[in-house]
Design a protein around this ligand. Structure first.
Ligand SMILES: [Fe+2]
Ligand SMILES: [Fe+2]
Length: 345
């Protein structure tokens, strides 16, 4: 009872609205509704890296942020209760709250509601399909050879376990591939805090890589449903790999990035085999999952082959980024001394 009374008092303090108010995006404020394409100028501000014809701002200009701040203050005064309306507008799960937290209503170019909460239109991109897939870093130093051999050895159990079940193989490997970027980004983040230093953009670059790899996984999961023992394997492998890579990155980021570079080379090889099996008709070229069409800005009639092609291009980009990062360390420098390759994802 006290709890309910406290909530009622808070609602009144927050703006005098009744429980009929919404945290939804139905406000008349222009900042509550964004249309993919139409309202892009609203978000164009700092001119950060974009890829593809659709130029989306990832952040807002100072003036826009000020306006958004005013809009946010207006919105803070509203209570959130109407789950039905929010579900209709956002297509997602509505959570009752009096905190005034809500995502702006975002629509696609065709006016339909943007269906994803996990990524937004300005985070989508077109893969660079012209990237050289055959590039290889020839191992010369002792550490390079260790990295190369380690990856080749790791490939053996993977080949035995999955053989040519590339969907399953890709899904399982993506659960591992999304770890190094997060570990590296996290450690650079902590280093930046400890040393009062900028990171040169590398924190963001590595976290972007981790996010991109996770999106590969989210896509693969739409195509292949993991079995219970595969989920168990992921738990075990993640426990070992996260901790192992964490220690390795602390000891030798040079070796850690080189290993990831070679892992990405193997990923390119695996996805090339995957595409070959699709071309040969051994794997059905099913329609692409909706999440992949929006994330990579693929045509509506895109297929599995298109999805694997863009994922492979992403892997080639990760390969280059990680070999580059290793090379920076080989030159006796820190990553922050070389501008990070931001803006691809
Ligand atoms: Fe990946
Ligand atoms: Fe990758």
């Amino acid at each position: 009872m006290n709890h309910l009374m406290a909530r009622a008092v808070l609602r009144r303090l927050a703006g005098g609205r009744t429980s009929n108010s919404y945290v939804s995006s139905s406000s008349s404020s222009p900042f509550h509704e964004m249309r993919f394409g139409e309202s892009a100028p609203l978000l164009r501000g700092r001119g950060l890296g974009f890829v593809g014809g659709e130029q989306w701002g990832r952040t807002m200009s100072t003036a826009t942020r000020r306006k958004v701040g005013v809009a946010e203050k207006e919105r803070e005064g509203r209570a959130a209760t109407d789950e039905k309306k929010k579900t209709e507008e956002g297509g997602g799960t509505a959570v009752s709250s009096y905190w005034g937290i809500s995502r702006p209503k975002i629509t696609k170019e065709d006016g339909t509601v943007w269906p994803w909460n996990c990524f937004l239109p300005w985070e989508t991109y077109q893969s660079n399909l012209s990237i050289d897939l055959r590039k290889h870093h020839v191992p010369k130093t002792f550490l390079d050879k260790v990295a190369f051999r380690t990856v080749k050895i790791l490939r053996v159990p993977t080949d035995i376990m999955f053989k040519r079940r590339y969907g399953c193989r890709a899904m399982m490997l993506e659960t591992v591939a999304a770890v190094p970027g997060m570990v590296g980004g996290m450690l650079l983040h902590l280093r930046s805090l400890r040393k009062f230093q900028q990171s040169g953009g590398w924190i963001k670059a590595l976290l972007e890589e981790a996010e991109n790899e996770r999106m590969h996984l989210m896509t693969m999961v739409e195509l292949v449903q993991p079995k219970w023992y595969e989920r168990l394997l992921v738990l075990t492998v993640q426990g070992v790999f996260f901790n192992g890579f964490f220690v390795l990155y602390l000891l030798s980021p040079k070796l850690a990035h080189r290993i990831v570079g070679y892992l990405e080379e193997e990923a390119i090889h695996s996805y090339t085999e995957y595409l070959r099996d699709i071309d040969d008709g051994k794997i059905e070229n099913v329609p692409a999952p909706a999440i992949s069409i929006d994330y990579w800005r693929l045509p509506k009639d895109a297929t599995l082959k298109d999805v694997i092609t863009v994922i492979r291009a992403d892997e080639a980009h990760h390969r280059d980024v990680n070999h580059f990062a290793s090379d920076i360390h080989y030159e006796g420098k820190e990553l922050r001394e070389a501008p990070a390759p931001l803006g691809y994802h």
